[in-house]
Design a binder for this molecule. Structure first.
Ligand SMILES: [Zn+2]
Length: 66
């Protein structure tokens, strides 16, 4: 696949991932024994949605950045 096209797709994927993070923020923590609410944050220097109570990352955008 040509580099120009794959670069466009990577950029699009990053936007999609951020949208997904925005939707997930404010969701309840998935852990049954935690009543925290997920919020946008960072996990290991990556965009993520984490629970501030238990610090569990619910979703992480896996590194496509260089
Ligand atoms: Zn939690």
């Amino acid at each position: 696949m040509p580099d120009a096209v794959s670069e466009q797709q990577r950029a699009k994927k990053r936007r999609t991932a951020r949208d997904a993070l925005s939707r997930l923020a404010d969701a309840d923590c998935p852990l049954p024994n935690c009543e925290g609410t997920l919020s946008r944050g960072e996990f290991k220097d990556t965009d993520a949605v984490v629970c501030p109570d238990c610090e569990t990352p619910a979703v992480r955008v896996w590194g496509e950045e260089p």
